[in-house]
Design a protein. Structure first.
Length: 391
């Protein structure tokens, strides 16, 4: 169902309790920054989502809410249309967030001291989850090249020999790689060879540009040893509704996950998150395609500006997400000085690369999911600070 006037529109989020905009002073020490940090978009959710939430809000009771059949059907139809994967109703486990699922999977499939592989630099909750549960963190560092990040498969196989679990980020955050079919097959072969369970965070899988996304569990033999984590949050700018799901085809893996889920006391759902997911997956596809065009244009603009005006800040190619991973090592600044440069000289709020693990040292992550006006002002500020730094 297509809604009239359902085009993405920029929204000024200041004063709405937005983490991205209203926590600048607390997070960065000053409030006069343009926020290009947390992976959260500044565009209105699809009209179909807004209407569904408004209709649900008309009912005056917001009590404990079950996941109805419409929730599961919407996910099944979305995966059939977008990814060509015919998933079953019983495979879907509703959840309150992908990060929660990461933590539950570590608890469900490993014991304290077991090895867990992460491919760094990586979204910080991956690292926190492994350490919080007192598992042994095994870093498979990505190799950074001009054409982007790539996997060190020799090191991955070495680490796999002493691990029980691989936390995969597909597409990768912050590296913005949409892993190729060949790369995913190599990961699958290593997982099978070393009896690894693979937890694949695919929250950015709807934001892929030049190749179709391949859900990891669809690779040969991987239904029995993997689970896919997803949510409509990044796709439709509804992260505040705390609604996600895990797709776990294997009965044994699903039972173990559910046991951890129940121990954590995670029951019922967000009454608005449930209707938002259903509405987004059933009527938000045209909005998403329009949003992807805006991301493409913003990515091209920022990359072009940086390549021309700040040649020592090198943006890696972007295959997925609305993020850009910036290689700032040629500036010759340590991580503290690099953060000072962006915050106090350029007056911009980005995610420092060191927060993604030691492999992120010398990098910064920039979010383009905002207005062109904001991005142009951000680049003006960055260009001025760069020229001053270079003298």
């Amino acid at each position: 169902m297509k809604h009239q006037d359902d085009t993405p529109c920029y929204v000024d989020r200041r004063g709405s309790g937005s983490s991205k905009w209203d926590a600048l002073e607390e997070r960065f020490g000053r409030s006069d920054l343009i926020p290009l940090w947390v992976a959260d978009g500044d565009f209105c959710a699809p009209r179909t989502v807004r209407e569904a939430i408004a209709k649900r809000a008309e009912h005056p009771v917001y009590g404990y809410t079950e996941y109805g059949e419409g929730f599961f059907d919407a996910i099944i139809h979305w995966y059939r249309r977008r990814f060509g994967w015919e998933i079953r109703r019983e495979w879907i486990v509703p959840e309150h967030g992908v990060v929660i699922s990461l933590n539950l999977a570590i608890e469900a499939y490993t014991e304290p001291g077991d090895g867990v592989i992460v491919q760094t630099p990586i979204y910080p909750p991956f690292l926190k989850a492994v350490r919080r549960h007192k598992r042994r963190l095994l870093e498979n560092r990505l190799i950074v090249e001009e054409r982007g990040c790539r996997i060190d498969f020799e090191d991955l196989e070495t680490k796999a020999a002493e691990a029980k679990l691989l936390l995969l980020c597909s597409p990768h955050n912050p590296g913005t790689r949409a892993w190729s079919e060949t790369e995913l097959q190599q990961i699958a072969q290593i997982a099978e060879m070393h009896d690894l369970i693979v937890v694949s965070d695919e929250i950015h899988s709807d934001i892929v540009y030049d190749r179709p996304h391949r859900p990891f569990a669809t690779l040969p033999g991987m239904e029995e040893r993997s689970l896919v984590l997803h949510a409509p949050s990044k796709t439709f700018h509804i992260a505040g509704l705390n609604t996600s799901y895990a797709i776990i085809p294997d009965d044994s893996l699903r039972r173990r996950y559910l046991a951890a889920h129940e121990r954590a006391g995670l029951d019922n759902g967000n009454c608005f998150g449930i209707v938002a997911l259903e509405a987004a997956y059933r009527g938000g596809e045209a909005w998403l395609e329009a949003m992807l065009e805006i991301y493409r244009e913003n990515i091209d603009y920022v990359r072009g500006f940086l390549q021309e005006q700040t040649p020592k800040i090198r943006p890696l190619p972007v295959e997925a997400t609305y993020l850009i991973w910036l290689d700032c090592r040629e500036l010759g600044l340590d991580d503290e000085a690099l953060q000072h440069f962006f915050v106090d000289r350029a007056h911009l709020a980005l995610n420092p690369g060191i927060g993604f693990g030691e492999a992120g040292s010398g990098f910064m992550r920039l979010n383009v999911a905002t207005s062109r006006t904001n991005l142009e002002e951000a680049m003006r500020r960055l260009g001025a600070a760069y020229r001053e730094l270079e003298g």
